[in-house]
Ligand binder design. Sequence first.
Ligand SMILES: Cc1ncc(COP(=O)(O)O)c(C=O)c1O
Length: 392
Amino acid sequence: MNLFEHLGGQMAELRKAGTFKEELVLQSAQGPRVRVGGREVVMLTSNNYLGFANHPRIREAQKKAVDRWGAGLGSVRFICGTQELHKELEAEIASFFAADDAILYMTCWAANEGLFAAVLDEPDGLYSDELNHASIIDGVRLSKAKRFRAPHGDLPALEKMLADDRTSRYKLYITDGVFSMEGEEANLRECLRICETQGAVLAVDDSHATGILGKTGRGTAEEQGIHGRVPVTTGTLGKAMGSAAGGFITGPKALVETLRQRSRTYLFSNSLPPAVAAGALESFRLLKEDPAPVAKLRHNAAYYRKALTDAGFTIPKGTHPIVPVIVGDTAKALAMGKALFEEGVYVSGFGFPVVPQGHARLRCQVSAAHERADLDRAVDAFRKVGKKFSVI
Ligand SMILES: Cc1ncc(COP(=O)(O)O)c(C=O)c1O
């Protein structure tokens, strides 16, 4: 058997188990409702939290950027790929997080992959929550620092691990601000206290909180009353903030300067296309002018969570617009996703190994662009499909 026959066999196994992920092809722009297979369905599985993915002002900013700055740079930042636009966006992001400076990457994946190896070395200790995003896990693997897996959400254990570590020169603890499979917030306030008392640097990936949590969308730190106090934040521009692409790291000047000199995913990868940078910049400006979409998103999330809970579904406690509906079995979650699609609702099922065995789910993501009628239509569909699959 050659390699490709071997891989084909593995894919056939996934199909047989009902866990092969089919990609549905959109025939429209991203939005609260999309066209797929000639039908309009409610989109409930996008990171388009603020409805900026197809916002007229963001589209206009992107078009103007192409006219003013061209389609692309054909270069990495340090050779000839930095435009005033990139500097403006970095300044905007730094100011949004009340940080000294910010550095752009093509994605948050690249930001997380390029961070740790650039700043920590063999004598250092790198602590990471065990449920952190895959990009953090890969980034941690690339660092030469000693690696410590922190049990998820067990902050006394983290504190003890840090206290017991008397040999590391510098210590850094990284956590997701919001864990994307659960919509669960890290207790950042407590993480900060622990890191400060144990002499560790706190770094937070706020991809699912930037533009989402806090009164003005400044993220998990704002939500928990510690805005401006988290030393290092990584995040994406591909979710709430423009929904196109791009990632960033904010922090002290020395950190950002070091990343510009040493971070491999920054140094050896093309700079962000002007249209993408301009769209993201416009999204920060929109939010600064009027944080109303953040309030609407929160309101929609509360409404949807309550409606599904009242219908009898099991939803982990929380307030985040990620609303996971737990159904248990992976094949069941995927089959329910298909049935919901037939009922006009587009939502993804997630199962093992992305979530623990027996905790498969349909992960709904509410947007500020949803209207009450969209959410009601989704709840009706969930009720019908939930009964059919004996989940309620
Ligand atoms: C917590 C977290 N970090 C990083 C990423 C990667 O972001 P990007 O799409 O910008 O690479 C994601 C995307 O799913 C995420 O959820």
